[in-house]
Design a protein around this ligand. Structure first.
Ligand code: GAL
Length: 671
């Protein structure tokens, strides 16, 4: 278990480096990531490399016993490269090219860019492959899909399509280009899609292929670097700093080349829309179903031109322990010291601009010493849940291309399941469908909107062999081409679910959908009634189901067809499938989760307060349960049978956690 920091020695005078390294060591920081934006210092002129300064900085850190992860610097190509090749700048949909002076100003598909990326990577790795302090590499920084609209990308997209479809006839048939007279008679006629062309929308099949292409372009760019690092530094690990719930690209494909996933966690930033660290950690760990690193962990006030909020005392420590609870084996804080210049002057590090150790330094040093103490116990432990939520970047893109109605967004759907599982202390692993589903007792599936025959077979086999599957509405709507399937919904899973969707409607907040709702104008959603009489508010989507072997668990109380089934259960083979024909409030998902986990007899805890995050790390037969109080208030938590308190307040049946407090207990072996 490591605690470390992101460090930019090139931002500071060299005579300060020994002080920095000493302060790091004294704080218990044992690993540093660096160099990922330092191209202009490592290759000040084309072909003239200067790694001496970096070697000296690494040497000073090494002298304090600190290990180093190096980043390839390709997120910030130097000015001389762009001056020589202006065509490296990516273009936006209107053809406007990004200029110099920020970062990410490079088209990753461009062959010249790729060749310079290979050269700097090769030079850097050759120099540091045998450096005793260097243990691994980070490729680039926070990759995104290469959603570039330059002419070169248009040309390469058409080549990509030609490889995929072979003939224009095949492409025209797959995309249904007869619609609006779009049949292509030459490859050069195929456009890059963007929202606003003539104020009209593009063909969703064209869109989805472009998203795939843009994602694959980034994966290929990374692959160049990975190939070089593996060849020249076979003993080093390779990772990348992912961005949590960012979804422009296929993170599963990006991670295939890597040893493990790292990610950048800014739970208190106003910059990242997804301040949902628990779910993001699970999604990141789920990519490879393997422990992760947090390569950048918030260490202070975030800020570029404007500033976010100062983390409360204890909050930085809490977030960092939460990362470990979710499977992080290393937490590196971003950044060592707040920079004096540049865009991120107000992105506060462990030290302020004055470089003097203050509260944040001491809080992080305290965390590092706790980690050092518990490492012998926790090292080698992993997070593996009994239940999973499926994740898919393709489904996510398809729902972005055609949202249909607000509320079907991919992460929203994942979050509803994740929150309900969390209330029973059952964090779900958030995994791709290609995982070994049989290792989970229940699998929750957000709208599997594009349902290939292979995926349908995989899910059907899972249920047949004893799994419990929970499906959302809008499952089985599309083929892989993003054209509509013709089978009754949920398409090839109709038999597994034992239902057919007879009719459906989006639910808009202000439109009453039934006569029963008369006089209810403006009220949101519709009511559904469970077999036990409990009623829940339904929203976003209404499926009206015909039972084909399934039994109704809930029926519409209001809506177009009161009394019709909306939630069903079906036995199929040795398992069962639960179909949810609507989107509900939090309590609805809690009721569904309760029905399923109680039936399966899964060990859970009841009464987890909102805002308390619970995860278990296991090592062989040993299990460690983490309680993370994300709130600024005291919280009572129910305790399972424990044998030892490793951190935080002790208790028997329950324990009191202070604001932002963390507790870790060793669980009693299962009877
Ligand atoms: C991250 C990025 C860092 C730094 C930080 C603060 O997303 O990887 O380089 O920019 O945000 O803005």
């Amino acid at each position: 278990m490591r605690v470390g920091v992101d460090y930019y020695p090139e931002h500071w005078p060299e005579d300060r480096w020994p002080t920095d390294a000493r302060l790091m060591r004294e704080a218990g920081l044992s690993v540093v990531r660096m160099a990922e934006f330092a191209w202009c210092r490592m290759e000040p002129q084309e072909g003239r490399y200067d790694f001496d300064w970096l070697e000296r900085a690494i040497g000073i850190l090494h002298g304090e016993g600190i290990e180093v992860v190096l980043g390839t610097p390709t997120a910030t190509p130097p000015a001389w490269l762009h001056e020589r090749y202006p065509e490296l700048y990516p273009a936006d949909p209107r053809g406007y090219r990004k200029g110099f002076g920020t970062r990410l100003q490079r088209c990753l598909g461009n062959e010249i860019m790729r060749s310079y990326s290979r050269r700097i990577t090769e030079a850097m790795v050759a120099r540091f492959a045998d450096n005793p302090a260097v243990i691994g590499w980070q490729t680039d920084n926070e990759f995104e899909a290469n959603l570039c609209y330059c002419d070169d990308c248009a040309r390469r997209f058409r080549e990509w399509l030609r490889r995929k479809y072979g003939t224009l006839d095949a492409l025209n048939a797959a995309w249904g280009t007869v619609f609006w007279s779009q049949e292509y008679s030459g490859w050069s006629q195929i456009p890059l899609p963007w929202e606003a062309r003539c104020g009209q929308s593009h063909n969703p099949s064209l869109w989805l292929d472009y998203r795939r292409f843009a994602s694959e372009t980034t994966v290929a760019f990374q692959h160049d670097q990975v190939e070089i690092i593996r060849r020249l530094a076979p003993g080093h690990f390779i990772t990348h700093n992912f961005m949590g719930l960012h979804d422009s690209m296929d993170y599963v494909a990006l991670a295939e080349d890597l040893d493990f996933v790292s990610w950048d966690n800014y739970p208190g930033g106003a910059w990242h829309a997804d301040r949902d660290p628990a779910m993001a950690h699970d999604a990141m760990r789920g990519i490879k179903e393997k422990n992760i690193w947090v390569m950048e962990e918030q260490s202070g006030i975030p800020g570029w031109e404007r500033m976010g909020v100062r983390p409360a005392p204890g909050q930085i420590r809490m977030w960092a322990w939460q990362a470990i609870a979710h499977g992080a084996d290393a937490v590196l804080f971003f950044r060592w010291r707040s920079c004096l210049y540049g865009t991120e002057q107000y992105w506060h590090g462990i030290l302020n601009h004055d470089g003097i150790p203050r509260r944040r330094y001491h809080e992080i040093a305290g965390f590092a010493s706790e980690v050092a103490k518990l490492s012998p116990e926790l090292d080698g432990s992993i997070v593996k849940s009994r239940v999973a939520i499926l994740n898919s970047y393709e489904q996510n893109w398809a729902l972005q291309i055609q949202p249909q109605i607000d509320g079907l967004g991919w992460w929203e759907q994942v979050r509803r399941f994740a929150n309900a599982l969390g209330r029973r202390a059952l964090g779900g692993d958030i995994v791709p469908i290609t995982t070994n589903l049989a290792s989970f007792q229940a699998v929750f599936v957000p709208s599997w909107y594009i349902l290939t025959d292979d995926d349908a077979q995989r899910l059907a086999d899972y249920v047949k062999n004893g799994g419990t599957l929970v499906l959302n509405p809008r499952t089985g709507v599309k083929h892989a081409d993003n054209t509509c399937r013709t089978e009754p919904l949920p398409g090839p899973l109709a038999e597994v679910a034992g239902i057919e969707v007879d009719d459906y409607s989006p639910i808009y907040p202000t439109v009453p959908l039934s006569s029963a709702a008369e006089g209810n104008e403006g009220s949101e959603g519709c009511l559904i009634r469970m077999a036990d009489g409990r009623e829940f508010c339904a929203k976003v989507w209404a499926d009206y189901l015909t039972l084909k072997g399934a039994e109704a668990v809930a029926t519409w109380e209001q809506g177009h067809f009161p009394g019709e089934p909306v939630v069903t259960r079906n036995r199929f083979g040795k398992g069962s499938c639960c179909y949810l024909g609507t989107i509900g409030e939090a309590e609805f998902y809690e009721a569904v989760v309760a029905m399923i986990v109680d039936e399966l007899g899964l060990p859970t805890l009841e009464g987890i307060p909102l805002g308390v995050d619970v995860r278990v790390r296991r090592k062989g037969e040993e299990r460690f349960v983490f309680f993370v109080n994300q709130t600024g208030e005291d919280q009572w938590v129910p305790l399972p049978p424990i044998v030892e308190t490793l951190l935080g307040p002790s208790g028997t049946k329950e324990a009191a956690l202070g604001p932002y407090d963390v507790a870790i207990y060793k669980l009693a072996p299962r009877a």
